[in-house]
Design a protein around this ligand. Sequence first.
Ligand code: PM9
Length: 457
Amino acid sequence: MKHRSWAEPFKIKMVELIKSTSREDREKAISEAGFNTFLLRSEDVYIDLLTDSGTSAMSDQQWAGLLRGDEAYAGSRNYYHLEDAIHKYYGYKYIVPTHQGRGAEHILSQIMIKPGDVVPGNMYFTTTRLHQEMAGGTFADIIIDEAHDPDNEFEFKGNVDLEKLDKLVKVHGTDKIPYVCIATNVNMAGGQPVSIANLKALRDYTNEKGIKVIHDMTRVAENAYFIQQKEEGYKDKSIAQIVREICDLTDGATMSAKKDALVNIGGFLAINDWDIFEEARNLVVVFEGLHTYGGLAGRDMEAMAIGIAESIDDNHISARIGQVEYLGEKMLSYGIPIVKPIGGHGVFVNARKFLPHLSQDEFPAQTLAAEIYIDSGVRTMERGIVSAGRKPDGTNYYPKLELVRFTIPRRVYTQAHMDVVSESVLSVYEKRESIKGLKMVYEPKYLRFFQARFERI
Ligand code: PM9
């Protein structure tokens, strides 16, 4: 026998029952939610692929860790466990815990960005860019062009285009560039990785110019898996070794531990520069809490320390991405247009191609996410024009990518759930021509995708 299957490296100890609903129930629920899947009640959802953020299943070791929470206001032993785990696996020198990723982004942006600065990054992320703008900076996209093309199958679509960066440096000067922000497993591009070769070239360039590199390491282990599988010279290295190599090529990091690090809440800012750390340690007490808890309970930091170690295990990560690939391959076999290559944390359906009769102003991805929910109770999210929001001058961004993200929580669903999801997408695909678009009837000022409301045209 040639083919040997793989299986999840865990067994299930506890289950949470989920509810199936009727199509009529779902029509009512999505209409009451203003056709925004963020406004649905989770009890009305059957399979929840809204996000992989804070939705993963913790291990028995992590749950046991919760009971070892040291809830002292200052100097909790769990803080020191977390610091040890970050030193050991990521190698950054100084850390400041935060309640989640955007807490770290806020502090970093306030410290490092001055009004008028330009912050280059490998594609925008919603909360990251907003914090940069609120600090007076402007985000500049330096990802390679391939990343904006869902059909381009280049293996490292998260890579930086060094010529784009050099152009920015020439136009603005290094004084206006506080750092380059590098996300691993680029979320908005469809979970696409950066290669070590590209990071090394970026490191050489930034060393020469004296520019810092800050790593959005939210999904670093997933990126490391793609390097192990696809980059020359890495197939015999462990995920732990590759993760460390990535971190060593950067000067600091923001982390939403709610993703790769397998916790329901938590994050941190890590930095190798003492002066920035000192300012961050000072600022965290204003916005998050004391520097040894940063808005978290002791138990949360303990679960995070354990989750970090579990997240860089080779068997864990190959099963995690194996499940994403399973769903992606199923959709491809049905002819569904998805972002290729299949990403690390989810499958991204190309709504432009799925609903070519809708203009971007009719919100194809928002519409498709609502239709999939109505079909089966599967909850996904829009990653297109609604997520992209408005520029500081008030006009809309029109991103090339108009996607619906099927984000898979870690260690939560089975292959059978993935079958149900792909069949629902197929059923919506078969009647795609009859689907009408949406109009926005309420738009909040910040991060509109979370709370905007829509009506059917
Ligand atoms: N990402 C996600 O679902 C949750 C909020 S947006 C729906 O993908 C990156 C790359 C992220 C991210 C959150 C954050 C912010 C920073 N960088 O949500 O504040 O994907 O912990 O992290 C979400 P927090």
